[in-house]
Design a protein around this ligand. Structure first.
Ligand SMILES: *Cc1c(COP(=O)(O)O)cnc(C)c1O
Length: 390
């Protein structure tokens, strides 16, 4: 039999669960796009988004997804043949590098083998670049595939004295982990609507500093990508290079109100940290009875708040079991060395202790049902973290 009937628990790292309130906010007819309501709404959402990123710098919004944000940033930052140093801690960093290479950018990959970047290696590489040919250092704050988290201030410190810009992909981390774009010296920040921002997929955002803006246009900066046209725009059509994504704007306003005004950003970061810790406690406890069950990122400081990647013998069968028998969908082992025996648990965006305990409880049942050896007491260990942190 199946016990999956009921409210599904979707624990995949994006799109993350969208709150009903956000879906309802989006469910309305568009006002006159030449009227007064829309420019006001647009302005309000842009201000909320700057507050979220910790910046008073420029913001260019795009209709699209995270890949759109990558391309938008690159089209403004680089001319064909320009050099970039990309710090790769997993599948997403590698895909970012591949996309930029296809655009004709000379991407140099520094690979950290699914672990967080080491600032010393970055400093050593930049020290060799005496002519300052590397125009940007690029890094995912959270690589959603490995769940490795980069220490952005440490990378910024490692870049001291070098003219490269610091470009950060915060697609899986914004709203989940601290981000202080201006205070941390981030020049370009990229994110999208469907992860920590709790909205449906469809919009991407690129925040950029005056230093980045001063680089001017390149041969890749065609009108649709040009961030200057959008960031300095008054009329909503200019902002979005055409019709604004009206339902997205209503959704974003509601989601950002929940995040910034109701819960508060610091509380949201603390919630994500506590839920992540509960998941780690459970996985480590299972691992005591099975050396094959282990977190992908060894050091707790290098682990993301929003998602946890792990190795687990029989992961594919377990994912199938939790989905068919218990109504819990887990993330695939994207980018893992042995993807059939790896999975990811998302605890991202609109996610609470009950959802995390439901996910872990379904996994526990599945491990028993499938006779996958595991240590006992994982749910108690997770509950203990929640009891202490709540
Ligand atoms: C999800 C994600 C992307 C890609 O976003 P899409 O919306 O799927 O294009 C890029 N980088 C990171 C870190 C992500 O988590």
């Amino acid at each position: 039999m199946s016990l999956a009937f009921g409210h599904p628990v979707i624990a995949i790292p994006g799109p993350s669960p969208t709150p009903d309130r956000v879906l309802r906010a989006a469910h309305c007819a568009s006002p006159d796009i030449y009227g007064e309501e829309l420019p006001k709404l647009n302005q309000q959402v842009m201000e909320q988004l700057k507050h979220l990123a910790g910046t008073s710098a420029n913001l260019a919004p795009y209709i699209g997804n995270g890949h759109t944000g990558w391309e938008a940033a690159a089209a403004n930052l680089f001319a064909p043949g320009d050099r970039a140093l990309l710090l790769v801690s997993g599948h997403f960093g590698a895909s970012w590098a591949a996309q930029m290479t296809e655009m004709g950018i000379a991407v140099e990959v520094m690979d950290f083998d699914n672990a967080p970047p080491q600032a010393e290696r970055v400093a050593a590489r930049l020290a060799e670049d005496r002519d300052g040919l590397i125009r940007a250092v690029m890094v995912c704050q959270t690589d959603t595939a490995s769940s490795a988290a980069a220490d952005i201030p440490a990378i910024h410190a490692a870049m001291e004295g070098h003219p490269a810009l610091l470009v950060v992909d915060a697609i899986a981390s914004l709203g989940c982990s601290p981000m202080h774009m201006d205070a941390w010296g981030v020049d370009v920040l990229i994110s999208a609507s469907q992860k920590g921002l709790m909205c449906p997929p469809g919009t991407a955002f690129v925040w950029f500093s005056e230093r980045a803006a001063a680089r001017g246009r390149t041969a890749l900066t065609t009108p649709i990508w040009d961030w200057h046209l959008r960031a300095k725009a008054e009329a909503p059509w200019r902002f979005w290079s055409g019709t604004p994504p009206v339902p997205q704007l209503f959704a974003l306003k509601e989601a950002l109100h929940m995040l910034l005004d109701e819960e508060g950003l610091k509380a949201a970061w603390a919630r994500h940290a506590a839920l992540a810790e509960a998941v780690w406690a459970a996985v480590e406890t299972w691992g005591k009875g099975n050396p094959g069950i282990r977190l992908t990122v060894a050091e707790p400081v290098g682990r993301a708040n929003a998602v946890t990647a792990l190795s687990l013998p029989g992961a594919d069968a377990l994912r199938k079991w939790t989905s068919e028998k218990a109504g819990v969908t887990l993330g695939v082992g994207l980018g893992a060395k042995d993807p059939e025996n790896a999975l990811r648990i998302a605890h991202m965006g609109h996610c609470n202790a009950a959802m995390v305990m439901a996910t872990l409880g379904a996994m526990e049942a599945g491990l028993s049902a499938l006779s996958i050896p595991h240590g006992s007491g994982a749910l108690e260990a997770a509950a203990q973290v929640i009891a202490i942190r709540a």
